[in-house]
Design a protein around this ligand. Structure first.
Ligand SMILES: [Zn+2]
Length: 356
């Protein structure tokens, strides 16, 4: 099956989900012919940066509708679609970090466009460039020829040197609201004939946390897993998630000092999942959603446990120790004098408790 995000990639600005402010800025710039020579497209992954960059490149070079919605039919639009346009150069800075690539760009910008009207350089993950490469890029940005447009896409704009940023128009892509992702997933599911419940779509959108590309990949993964009807529970299973019921039961047990339930669930999660990465992520999300001081602190505790568990072996044993310590810590905070709970100071203590 063709990747959904590729199949449903927008071919017009109006089809981009969310990012209304960016669509408006670009539309105005095109209409008034006030194109910047360098843009930074900053924002989280999967929010439409590369798609928008390609559409801008298409619009600038479209043979039928230049400076408007690209026609997607002319030779120029088609060449950009299949990556063969001589004037639209895409570079992935994550794999080409060095100065040679940027020098090639610097030497190339002075030549007129070969096919179209604009040379468009799209540099993805631009923050990955080396310092030398940034310096070479800076020289190009200082005196760009009028037929050149740079689009620097990045998930980490703070890592771009200020000397570069100050020469660019910065457009900030936002996380796409969950409802808009759900609506888009619904449309695509209808076209594809997927039998999927609304709860399942909401769950997928939540997992994708604002990125449409991730949402579509998850949808694909879930469809492949079930092969038929998709329920919220099937999404949990396909993604290796622990059910929300267990997550909330676990957090309640931690807060109530119910050590037995805490250790019981700790063990079950290990037997079913083999590790705690996803479970701890869910615990952190769940705690943060509650938006109280206590729960925010608890999320920090879970975060600390996640870090401790990352590299260690004997994960089950250490997880039991860490969660038991957390119960103990919370109980002694609530009832300092009674000090209810168990005393665990090191791994050998707890290993005795659980193996004997
Ligand atoms: Zn065209």
């Amino acid at each position: 099956m063709e990747a959904l995000y590729r199949k449903y990639r927008p071919v017009q600005f109006s089809q981009i989900i969310g990012q209304e402010h960016i669509k408006r800025i670009i539309k105005n710039a095109l209409e008034k012919r006030m194109i910047s020579h360098a843009y930074i497209f900053a924002g989280p992954r999967g929010t439409g940066k590369t798609t928008t960059a390609r559409l801008l490149a298409k619009s600038l070079n479209c043979e039928k509708n230049q400076f408007s919605e690209p026609c997607n039919e002319c030779a120029s639009c088609k060449a950009i679609d299949n990556g063969s346009h001589l004037d639209v150069i895409e570079l992935d800075a994550a794999s080409n970090r060095g100065i040679d690539e940027i020098r090639r760009i610097r030497d190339g910008v002075n030549f007129s466009p070969a096919m179209g009207k604009y040379k468009v350089y799209i540099i993805d993950e631009v923050h990955m460039l080396t310092r030398e490469a940034f310096n070479a890029l800076l020289k190009t940005l200082e005196e760009p020829p009028s037929h050149v447009v740079f689009i620097l896409a990045t998930t980490n704009p703070e890592k771009i040197p200020p000397t570069i940023t100050s020469r660019c128009q910065v457009l900030e892509f936002k996380n796409i609201p969950s409802e808009e992702i759900v609506n888009r997933l619904k449309e695509i599911s209808a076209i594809e004939g997927f039998d999927i419940s609304n709860d399942a779509l909401v769950k997928i959108a939540k997992r994708a946390s604002g990125g449409l590309r991730d949402a579509l990949s998850i949808l694909e993964q879930v469809i492949r897993y079930t092969g038929g009807e998709v329920t919220a529970q099937a999404v949990d299973e396909a993604l290796g998630l622990v059910s929300e019921e267990i997550v909330s039961k676990f957090v309640d047990a931690i807060l109530e000092g119910d050590l037995h339930t805490v250790l019981d669930i700790t063990e079950k999660v290990y037997i079913e999942r083999g590790d705690y990465d996803t479970f701890l992520n869910q615990l952190i999300e769940y705690s943060l959603e509650k938006k109280t001081n206590l729960m925010t602190n608890l999320s920090m505790e879970f975060f600390g446990i996640m870090k401790e568990l990352k590299y260690g072996e004997e994960k089950l044993l250490i997880a039991k120790l860490l969660f038991a310590n957390l119960v103990e810590k919370l109980q002694s905070a609530v009832q300092p004098k009674l000090g209810k709970g168990i005393n665990v100071s090191n791994i050998s203590d707890i290993s005795k408790q659980f193996t004997e």
